[in-house]
Design a protein. Structure first.
Length: 252
């Protein structure tokens, strides 16, 4: 069994901690991980980690809740990066619920990175909360964009169907509820096997906040089992299908 974690955050300055978490992930059959940036300060970190740990793929982006740079400043920093080393754009997105950044500014930054993904021909890992109309408008505007993966997707089957028309895939993990929920089961049945990926959404920074339950890449196996139970499909089939889809999209 091989598992592809399509959304995690490994940005600790403690290399021993990162090595330990990746070792635990390997024990849980996680063999590939997409390491998403949250802010500009992460761009160098994700590259350094990927150079040391070949199973980790680097992604650059700015989370909609952490936009603290002008478009001009972002362009300046991008011009100084070796963009060929990144395997995806992420984490980027739109959030009208939790982000204090005006949605107009979020859209401006999102579109900048969406255009970058088109120039580099690499997929995007996208955070979207209460802003799906705006997201669809952006995707309509930029046709022929690379695959867009909606991370931690918990929307309805109808929303998944609408987004899939615009080249979207869906990553699920810690957001899954192991209670029998017809809306969630309908959505999972729609996206599996052709549109569904797995993620841990792990964040080493969680350990700095005692109020947030720690999450690690190795926990993705638990989320896979929940998906298996909800879909009534063997875990091995979930792992195999999501791995093949993810490896194809991220070209690994």
């Amino acid at each position: 069994m091989k598992i592809f974690d399509t959304h995690c955050h490994l940005q600790s300055d403690n290399s021993a901690e990162t090595t330990r978490e990746l070792s635990d992930a390997k024990t849980a059959n996680v063999v590939k991980l997409l390491n998403n940036s949250i802010s500009f300060s992460d761009w160098g970190k994700v590259l350094r980690i990927s150079e040391k740990h070949k199973e980790v793929l680097p992604a650059l982006g700015i989370h909609p809740g952490f936009i603290d740079m002008s478009i001009k400043s972002i362009d300046t920093e991008l011009a100084q990066c070796d963009l060929s080393k990144y395997k995806a754009v992420g984490e980027i997105g739109l959030d009208k619920k939790k982000s204090a950044i005006p949605i107009e500014s979020q859209i401006e930054v999102f579109e900048l990175f969406l255009k970058l993904s088109m120039e580099l021909n690499i997929p995007c890992s996208v955070h979207c909360v209460s802003a799906f109309d705006e997201l669809i408008a952006c995707l309509k505007k930029f046709k022929n964009h690379p695959p867009v993966i909606i991370h931690s997707f918990s929307g309805s089957m109808e929303l998944a169907r609408s987004l899939s028309k615009f080249g979207c895939y869906f990553s699920v993990g810690r957001n899954l509820n192991n209670k029998r929920n017809n809306k969630q089961i309908e959505m999972l049945k729609y996206i599996f096997p052709s549109l569904m990926m797995l993620e841990s959404d792990s964040s080493q920074s969680n350990k700095e906040n005692k109020d947030i339950k720690s999450n690690k890449p190795c926990f993705i196996k638990d989320y896979m089992i929940i998906a298996s139970e909800l879909l009534n499909i063997p875990p091995e089939s979930i792992a195999d299908n999501t791995y093949k889809l993810s490896a194809g999209i991220f070209r690994n």
